[in-house]
Each structure stands twice: as structure tokens, then as C-alpha cells.
Design a protein around this ligand. Sequence first.
Ligand SMILES: Cc1cc2nc3c(=O)[nH]c(=O)nc-3n(C[C@H](O)[C@H](O)[C@H](O)COP(=O)(O)O)c2cc1C
Length: 205
Amino acid sequence: MPNQPPQNLTVATTGASGSVFLRQLLLTVQRDARIQTVNFIASDSALRVMAEELGIRGRSNLIGQLLATKPAAKIASKFQEQSNPDIGANVASGSYPADAMVVLPCSVGTLARIANGIASHLIERAADVCLKEKRPLVLCVRETPLNKIHIRNMYRAADAGATIFPLIPAFYYRPAHLDDMAREFAYRVLAHLGLSQSEAFRWKG
Ligand SMILES: Cc1cc2nc3c(=O)[nH]c(=O)nc-3n(C[C@H](O)[C@H](O)[C@H](O)COP(=O)(O)O)c2cc1C
């Protein structure tokens, strides 16, 4: 049985808009001592979008760039970057003890591949493994407007066991900055996986 709360997390990122949400998720995961291992996978398209949105330059020290830390700084050793074309990486196998996976942001292209079992790259394969092993899989899908193919694929993925967690932030806590908004969203994703954050906004009615 997977650990609850998850200790071994897979975080994948794809070429949809919303890199700031990924950054806040990674920063939170870095701080959370309950999480011991994070396998991180970025598609090539994610690199393209992160260049636009965060000024990320290439794959060199990618996690360090996302966490805004220097190469020599002690990036939590819990992070392991995996190559998306490497379908032989640890998370490609159900025998590897991954507890849960988040795809943030999830493009509708990656959604389509996951929903239809097309596991030609590590991101889709790791997601496929989560579904077959009945492990939590959270897809933070981002696109607008949605066509019927997107909606059907969200249904298919949800029907197979994934949680469709659209990249739609809340506004009722009146976020002052984009980072605040993204951080609260990241907290909600982690809470969904049993990793509640003590500083998260809580509606009191
Ligand atoms: C700046 C930029 C923003 C994009 N935003 C989105 C988006 O919000 N949602 C989406 O599904 N695709 C978006 N795309 C298109 C995807 O990157 C493209 O379909 C890509 O093939 C997805 O590949 P991946 O799923 O392997 O990461 C965007 C592309 C660029 C360059």
C-alpha cells in the first residue's frame, strides 16, 4: 500500500501555461519534511513555456532554476530529475514505490495521451503506472476554451481513476500577488494528496 501521506512523489510538468504554479508546488514540496523523494519530469514543451513565463534557460540545473537557488546551493537532495524520453527510469515501473503523481500544469496533449493509454514518454508512462496500480494521479489541466475532445479526455482520465484538478485558482482569500495565488493552489493540490500545509488559507464561513 502507498504511504499516507505520500513520501515519494512524482511531479511532472508539461507545455501548458502556468509555470508559476509549478514553482510554488516545488518550493512547498522542498520545505515539507514528510516528502522524502521527488522524481521530477519536464517535457520539452514545458521548457519552452517555462522560458516564456519564468525566464528558465535550458535544462541545466533545471530544479535549481525553478527553486531560484544557485547550482552550489543545497537543493534538497530529495529531488531527482528524470528524462522524459527515458521510459526505463524508476517511475516507469509499478515495482518502484511511487506514492502519488501530480502533473502541473497538464497540457491537453499530455491529457489526451494519458486518457488514451499512449505511454510513449516517461510522463505518460508514469501516469499510466499510477492508474494501473490504483495510486493517486492528479492532472492540473490548463486550456481555455475547452473543446469536446478535451472534455471527453478529462472524463476518460477521471473514469480511469485520475483526479482532474483544473488549474483554476480561487479568489475568495483575496490573493495580493500571483505567487500567493499559485501557492494556495499548490497547497490545495497537496492537501488533496493528504499533505495539508499548516499555513494554507482555511475558509471559516
Ligand atoms: C507559451 C505557450 C503556452 C501554451 N499554453 C498551453 C496551455 O495552456 N494548454 C495547453 O494544453 N497547451 C498549451 N501550449 C501548447 C503545448 O505546449 C503544446 O501542445 C505541446 O505540444 C504540449 O506538449 P507536452 O504535452 O508534451 O508538454 C502552449 C504553448 C506555448 C508555447
